[in-house]
Design a protein around this ligand. Sequence first.
Ligand SMILES: [Ca+2]
Ligand SMILES: [Ca+2]
Ligand SMILES: [Ca+2]
Length: 354
Amino acid sequence: MQQYLRRLRKRSQGQGVLEFALILMLVGLAAAAIIFILGPTIGNVFSNFIADAPVAPPSLNDVTRLPTSTPAPTATPGPPIPTDTPVPTTTPTATTVATNTATPTNTATATNTPTATNTPTNTPTNTPTTTPTQTPTNTPTNTPTNTPTSTPTATPTNVPEVLFEDDFNRSDSNTVGNGWLESNPSNTQTAIQSNRLCVTDASDVVNRPLVKHTFTAVSSGLVVWQFDFDWARNRSDDDYLVFMQLGNSGAMSDDNQDSGVAVNLVWQRVNGVQETLSYRPGNNALTTISGSATIMVLLDFDAGTYDVFVDGNLQASAIPLGTSSIDTVRFFTSLLNERRFSGRCFDNLTIETR
Ligand SMILES: [Ca+2]
Ligand SMILES: [Ca+2]
Ligand SMILES: [Ca+2]
C-alpha cells in the first residue's frame, strides 16, 4: 500500500508539472494573440496620451520636436505656438502661389490692353495740330519785336557811326568826284590836287566856287565834324570869305550863305583882323589861322549847341545850332581872289556820330 501511494504520489507529481507547462504554453499563446490583435490600438492610445500631455517627459523632448512642425495646425490652440510661428512663414508661400494663380487673370486683361492702341491713335492726331500752330505764332512775334527795339537804341549811343569821310587821296582832277557836287562857273574852280580838295580859281566871285556832299541825316545825339584847313593870306585882299558849313539840304541854297545852316564857320577879316576864324550869325571871332590847322566841331543835338576846337584847343562852346538836323557838308568862297592866298585846300574830312 505504501508503495502504491508512493507511486501514486510520484505519478501525480509528474502529471502536475506537465499540466503546469501546458497551461503556461496556452496562456503565452493567448497573450501573444491578444497583443497581436490589440497591440496597435494600445500603441495609439499610448501615443495619443503622450502627445496630449501638456509637458513631454524629458526623455522624449528631442523626439517630440520633429513631429511638431508637421501637425502645426494641431499645436495652434497652445499659447507657445504663436512664438514658434514658423506657420506664418509657410502661409505667405501659399499666398504667393495664389497670386501667381491669379496671373492668368491679368493675361486676360492684357487682351484688353490692345484696346489702348486705339487711344494713341487719337492722341497724335490732336497733338500735332495744336502744337505747331501755337509755337510758330508766339516765337516770331516776340523775338523780332524785342530785338530790333533794343539794338538800334544802344548802337547809336555807344558805337560811333561814320556818316561821311573823304581823304581825297586820288589822282589830280578838275572833278572832285566821290559824290561831291560842284557849283562853279566852270569845272576848273575846284579840283583834286596832291590828294586834297583845293580851290584853284575863285576870281572874287560871289558864293563861288562851291562844293557840297550829303550824308545820312542826324537830328539827335553827338556828331563830330573834323577836317584839315590850309589857307593863308599872302597879299592884300580885304574882302574875302571862306565858308565851312554843316546844314540841312532842304533849307540850304547855293546862293544863300546862311539859310538852312547849322554850323556856320567863316575864315575872314573880322574887325580889321585878317585870317580870323569866326562863326555866324554875328561874325564872332574865334581865333586866327594862317596856314595849316585841324578844325573840329562837336555838335550836341540834344543840347542844340556845338563847340569849336582848333588843333585840339577849345575856341568856343555852346554855340546855338542853326538847324535841328543836318545832312550836308559844304565849302565855298565869296569875293576871294585866289592869287592873294596860298594853300587853299581842305583834307581828311570826317563826319561821325558819337
Ligand atoms: Ca572842278
Ligand atoms: Ca588827302
Ligand atoms: Ca576879294
